[in-house]
Write a new protein. Sequence first.
Length: 327
Amino acid sequence: MSVAALPHEVRGVVWRLASPAGGQAAIAVIELVGSDGAAIDSAWRACRLGELRVGAVRLVDFFGVDHGIAARWSETLVHLMPHAGPVVVMKIAEKLRALGMEERREIDTRAAYPEARDEIEARMLAALAKAHSPRAVDLLLDQPRRWRERAQGCGPKGEADAKTLNRLIDPALVVAVGPSNVGKSTLLNALAGRAVSVVADEPGTTRDHVGVLLDLGGVVVRYVDTPGVRIGAPVVEREAMATAMDLANRADLVIACGDGGEPAPMMSVSNSIRVGLRADLRPIMWRADVKVCAPRHEGIESLVRMAREALVPEEAMSDPRAWRFWE
C-alpha cells in the first residue's frame, strides 16, 4: 500500500518506538496510544489491518512492509510487533506519520501500563523494561511499596541517592586509559569473557576506542577501551588519544592502567582505580589499587568489586528510602 493510498488523517492517537532503536532487538515494539477507544478503532480502520478487539493478538500484514504481531492490551493501547530491522521500522513509521499519527518520544506510563495500580507502579514497570543492570530488578520492584509508605508517613524520611542508583537503569561510562602495550585490551577481553578488542604485542594496536556493555557483578556499564598514550605516535593515533582523553574527563569512572615497566598512571579525575596490569611478568613498584594478570583472571574479581562499589556502593543499594528513579 503506498502512502498516497492511505485514507484520511487519524486524530487522537500518538505512537512511539518502545523497543531499542537501531535494530538492537529481533522484534520491534511500536506503541499506539489513543485518547479513547474510539480513536484507536478509527486508527485501526485507517490502517486497514482488519478488526482488533481488546485482548486480541493477531498476525497481520503491516502495510505490505512486513508481517508481525499486533496486540490490543486495552481500549486505548495497541502494540505493533514487526521485525526490528531499521528499514522495516522506518517504513512502518512513515505509514503512521502519513496517517496523521503524532510521534511521541516520552512514554505515557499510565496509558502504557494500564495494569498498574498507581503512577509510581506504572513508572516502575517502564523503568524495569529499560533497566540494564540485573541489580536494578529487586530494587525497582520494591519502589511502589516504599513510595506508598512514604506518602502514609510510615516509611523512612527523605529519598535515596537517585544520581547513583540511576546508573542501574542507564549504564555509567567507564573509560580505561594508560600507555600503549600494557594489556588494556587483554583486560577488556577478560572482563567481557570474550574477544572484544584486538590483542597484539605491538604498540598502537588499538587506534580507536572500543566500547562494549559489560556486566560488572550485576551493574552494567558502558566500558570504553582507549588507545594507548605513547610518545612519537602518528597523527591518526594522536587524534584518537585526544578523543579518548575527552571521554575520560566525562567518565563516571576511569580505570587508570599501567604495568611494572611504566611509571604510576597519573589521573586528574576524582573517581579512578589504578590497575597494575601484567603483574605476573614484573613487579608493580607503584601503589596500585589492584594488581591483575588478565590472561589468568587473577585480580579480575577484585577489580569488578572495586568498580561496582565506586559506581553503585552497597550503602546506596541497601538504603531503605524511596528512590526517585524516573528523573
